[in-house]
Design a protein around this ligand. Structure first.
Ligand code: NAP
Length: 298
């Protein structure tokens, strides 16, 4: 098939692919096109599985057109618009949020703290945790984002981590502690969460964006011994491990999306020439919800 991409995804994990060395995905190669999530439409097909006009997601990424075979594409419904939702709430980042809550078995009545809460993963994680009957606290980097979390995503509490120490703000908002911490940023937020987690608390180790641009690894949290004294559990999350449950995720969260109980928020940057700026913007907090790049249709 010949596929024309309509939206490209830029994601924090791509930063890791710019370092050499072994990791869970191979590094980008100099002189080769970058890879990443994208959603587009089939223009021409020489297979029975797909026909022109079908909407598909793929992982070829930063390109306007490409040629692929059926097993390299995942068909999605055109009935759901904009198609960019398949890069966000109904795509990889939404599935990360969903998988994270499953990973530590979040239960009704629990208090969960989510860092990076106004981003693609965080904003969906918070909405899903609310639907599971949790009290949800989020941190994000501006008052606009705090307002978005409170007013549009239904967070019980949201605060700006840039106006004061995370630990102080968490102690204020959760004087009795938290049960679960959904970690998207690492660093100061992780250290604060270790302090306020209750006995038998759980941590979803999803991301550590506060350290992705560090040239040298930073020392770990100074209060890691809380793991022992409070018998905490910290589980590493890798969304790729959950692909066999993608249909289950799409059914559940797709249903919430259609019913309007989960909202997809996105920041759209237009033009492939703006993709690098959009990627860099992730590290400056320029996005509310999922950062996507929309490609011209002509
Ligand atoms: N484990 C997995 O399988 C998996 C899958 C997807 C994503 N992830 C991880 O999940 C996290 C969120 O990803 P996403 O796609 O949803 O990105 P995102 O949250 O939509 O975008 C990144 C956000 O990170 C925040 N940020 C940037 N620098 C920061 C810093 N120094 N300290 C605190 N926050 C900072 C910014 O928001 P503020 O304005 O709030 O600072 C920015 O908007 C990332 O760490 C990512 O690597 C993991």
């Amino acid at each position: 098939m010949l596929v024309r991409n309509r939206f490209l995804s830029v994601d924090p994990y791509m930063r890791g692919r710019m370092n050499s060395g072994k990791s869970y995905v191979p590094p980008f190669e100099i002189g080769k096109p970058l890879q990443g999530g994208a959603v587009g439409e089939v223009i021409e097909s020489r297979t029975r599985e797909f026909k022109p006009g079908d909407a598909v997601t793929s992982s070829f990424g930063w390109r306007e057109y490409f040629i692929a075979s059926p097993e390299e594409l995942h068909q999605v419904s055109r009935g759901i618009q904009p198609l960019s939702v398949y890069l966000g709430a109904l795509g990889m980042t939404g599935m990360t949020a969903w998988a994270g809550l499953h990973l530590v078995e979040v239960r009704p009545g629990e208090t969960i703290f989510i860092s990076g809460a106004a981003g693609a993963v965080g904003s969906v994680a918070g909405q899903l945790a609310k639907l599971r009957g949790c009290r949800v606290i989020g941190s994000a980097g501006s008052m606009e984002k705090v307002q978005f979390l409170r007013e549009e995503c239904g967070f019980d509490v949201a605060f700006d981590y840039k106006v004061g120490p995370v630990l102080e703000q968490l102690n204020l908002e959760a004087p009795d502690g938290i049960d679960v911490y959904f970690d998207n940023v690492g660093g100061e937020a992780l250290e604060a969460a270790l302090s306020v987690l209750r006995v038998h608390g759980r941590i979803i180790a999803c991301g550590g964006i506060s350290g992705y641009n560090d040239e040298k690894p930073r020392p770990g949290p100074s209060n890691l011994f809380n793991m022992t004294t409070k018998r905490l559990t910290m589980k590493g999350l890798m969304v790729l491990d959950w692909l066999d449950r993608q249909a289950e995720f799409e059914k559940e969260v797709g249903g919430y999306f259609k019913a309007g109980t989960v909202k997809h928020k996105e920041t759209v940057v237009k033009g492939i020439d703006k993709a690098v700026g959009a990627f860099l913007g992730l590290f400056q907090g320029q996005n509310v919800g999922k950062m996507v790049v929309e490609l011209a249709t002509h």
